[in-house]
Write a protein that binds this ligand. Structure first.
Ligand code: SF4
Ligand code: SF4
Length: 430
């Protein structure tokens, strides 16, 4: 093993993008003739599905595969189902996608209308979880979580996005209204609004605190806010929600306010799109619009081997199709030309120590990655703090040997979860 000192290395300072002082409104990307919806459920050839090809669907209709399914999507359009197929998600998780041919008619199944004036959390979880911004109602109704603090996030977690800041800057009244609705609905005693450094919040709400978040990555990640502002460390293998802190985006809060005011669900999602030239544009479009339609509108041409990243440069994931649809939680898209994609290698670690120096969770990353490369997942967890990783991706970014450390980490966590689920299943079956 080569020994090198871990001192004397300078840390990269990665500044978050800031919304303009007088932000321009988003460009509208019109809904195409076919939209796609992703359903977090898998098709089962032995069961009869509740929905099938050629079925007519109405705007606002809740679509799920089977009577006992808990997963659903709400159709943002009226039209006809043209296709229902399996969709290979991350780590081989099979989901389902629906293609809906849009039709121009005003049919709208408005299940929310009767709940809008005085709705309960259970109704919100059933009817509002697909709102733009993806409000975490399932966490809020989960009796095992015991949420005591709600953090409204007016800061974007990754670079190349100003979606959350945009709502913070341009919709203070809706934000205020949405926070009050959530206060009444959840009775959560502690409400926090996070804003970028120097941002002036124009409204006050009794019981709400405002936290200024440093403009350098990764300080807007939930685990960093827990550590820096709430002075709480999330224990290994746990989430912020497990210890009673739930995060919700400013867009989700604004969407809740609009839904209650208009007594109906909205489907327009704001997305920041960074093209191959690095220019960032803000667009709004219906949930379900394939990214292909956005690229066409913005004149972004994609070629073979270009990369489409959903999310930011650190926490985002690549997709293999230009038909990937806009989803409620999708804040940003980056298109990278094949020629500038940073390469990864299977070279061995040279022990330069950069990853250790930059890791905000103080993980011995150089040792951890050796275990992960050898598929020693239990070892990685027990001895090298795999589950303390907050998935910021900084280690991959600085790695001299260009090892895809972050991908190894995510795969390692996924394998551990799979092993745990299998053990639990075996236990349940005796
Ligand atoms: S992704 Fe890397 S740098 Fe970030 S917390 Fe995990 S191990 Fe540390
Ligand atoms: S994993 Fe990469 S950054 Fe970390 S010590 Fe090894 S070569 Fe350096």
């Amino acid at each position: 093993m080569i020994k090198r000192p871990f001192t004397g290395l300078s840390q990269p300072k990665l500044k978050y993008d800031s919304v303009e002082s007088d932000p321009k409104g988003p460009e509208t990307v019109l809904m195409p003739s076919n939209i796609l919806l992703l359903l977090n459920d898998s098709l089962d050839s032995l069961r009869t599905s509740l929905i099938k090809k050629e079925d007519q669907v109405k705007k606002g209709e809740k679509l799920s595969l089977y009577t006992e399914s808990t997963e659903y999507v709400i159709s943002p359009v009226s039209g006809v189902i043209k296709k229902i197929e399996s969709y290979p998600g991350e780590f081989g998780n099979i989901k389902t996608y629906l293609v809906i041919g849009t039709e121009e008619n005003d049919d709208f199944v408005n299940d929310f209308e009767e709940h809008a004036d005085k709705f309960e959390l259970e109704a919100a979880a059933k009817l509002l979880k697909s709102l733009p911004g993806a409000p975490p109602f399932e966490t809020l109704i989960d009796p095992t979580k015991k949420i005591h603090t709600l953090v409204i996030s007016g800061v974007d977690e990754d670079l190349a996005s100003t979606t959350r800041q945009y709502f913070l800057s341009t919709a203070p009244e809706d934000l205020k209204e949405g926070i009050k609705i959530l206060q009444n609905l959840t009775k959560i005693p502690k409400i926090i609004l996070t804003v970028p450094e120097g941002f002036n919040v124009e409204f006050e709400i009794s019981g709400m605190q405002v936290f200024n978040i440093s403009s350098f990555y990764p300080n807007a990640l939930p685990e960093m806010i827990m550590k820096n502002q709430l002075k709480t460390t999330v224990p290994q293998g746990k989430t912020c929600e497990d210890i009673g802190v739930c995060f919700i985006s400013s867009e989700a809060v604004v969407s809740i306010a609009k839904a209650c005011r208009d007594k109906k669900v909205h489907f327009e999602k704001l997305v920041c799109v960074t093209g191959k030239d690095g220019v960032q544009k803000r667009i709004k479009t219906s949930i379900g619009t394939p990214v292909k339609s956005i690229f066409k509108h913005l004149n972004i041409h994609t070629n073979k081997n270009d990369r489409i990243v959903i999310g930011g440069p650190f926490k985002g994931f690549s997709v293999f199709t230009i038909y990937h649809p806009v989803q409620p939680c999708m804040d940003s898209i980056i298109v990278q030309d094949a020629g500038i994609i940073p390469f990864v290698s299977d070279s061995a670690c040279i022990n330069c120590g950069k990853c250790i120096k930059i890791c905000p969770a103080n993980i011995p990353v150089n040792l951890l990655v050796r275990q992960l490369e050898a598929n020693l997942f239990e070892e990685a967890k027990e001895t090298f703090d795999l589950e303390s990783c907050i998935e910021c991706g900084l280690c991959s970014y600085v790695c001299t040997a260009k090892i895809p450390i972050f991908q190894y980490i995510r795969l390692g966590k996924h394998e551990l979860l799979k092993m745990k689920t299998e053990t639990e299943k075996e236990g349940a079956n005796g």
